[in-house]
Write a protein that binds this ligand. Structure first.
Ligand SMILES: [Mg+2]
Length: 236
């Protein structure tokens, strides 16, 4: 849970304002941000982020803070999550499994399995599930597909993360893979090397889901990847 502090502060303040001020008007869909003299809507920026055309951004652009806040705490974020999960479930239900129990699905942890949104809003402890992801998790287990968690958190937080996952309904998993602090790798390199190890162990990665492009890019990606929305921060 280490997105850039400035982004955290921005979103934190924004969500607190939105939660405590019900007079705040609805979606600022037409807020404009100005780049190189050209006007862009915040919706266009969001689309650019989710399609990985806008990369390496450090903070939500000025002028789009309220748009992103409304997106996250309004209905739209949940609806977008649900759309991804609907497609993932459709795909999973249509698979012909080998029967050897080797099919696995890789879940990212931060803002995929567990939501950081209350953390941004209240700086509280104990993260709730991303309900749509929990639903996918249950569907996969019911189909006989094993789940792996591949997080960017560090190994020394294993007990906290395990307890958090169990508490919110992720009751079992094949592996919970976490980072070792002394190994310095980009997220893409770290996650793809962990997926490669899984393959070498005989697992077949049929699905891979995360809120960052760095969760799902890099060979081997898995047979199919699913990107959850996240306009709050970008992990390289
Ligand atoms: Mg994540």
């Amino acid at each position: 849970m280490k997105p850039l502090l400035s982004t955290f502060m921005l979103i934190h303040n924004l969500i607190v304002i939105l939660m405590t001020n019900n007079k705040l008007h609805a979606t600022h869909a037409h807020d404009l941000l100005v780049i190189n003299g050209g006007g862009f809507s915040c919706e266009s920026w969001l689309l650019g982020v989710e399609t990985n055309n806008v990369r390496g951004w450090k903070t939500v652009p000025r002028g789009c803070e309220s748009f992103v806040g409304q997106y996250m705490i309004g209905k739209r974020y949940g609806e977008d999550l649900a759309m991804v999960v609907r497609e993932a479930e459709k795909y999973a239900r249509g698979l012909k499994l080998g029967g050897d129990g080797k099919e696995v699905w890789v879940f990212d942890v931060d803002d995929t399995a567990l939501s950081n949104l209350p953390f941004y809003a209240h700086r509280g402890f104990g993260r709730p599930a991303v309900q749509q992801s929990l639903r996918l998790y249950k569907t996969l287990l019911s189909l006989g597909i094993k789940v792996m968690f591949l997080g960017t958190d560090f190994e020394h937080d294993r007990d906290i993360i395990s307890a958090n996952l169990r508490k919110v309904g992720y009751i079992t998993w094949e592996k919970l893979l976490l980072r070792i602090p002394k190994v310095k790798l980009s997220t893409i390199s770290y996650k793809s090397s962990e997926r490669k190890k899984l393959q070498q162990e005989g697992y077949k990665i049929i699905g891979n889901i995360g809120d960052q492009w760095s969760d799902i890019l890099g060979t081997p990606e898995g047979d199919r990847t699913f990107k959850l929305p996240n306009p709050m921060y970008y992990v390289n």
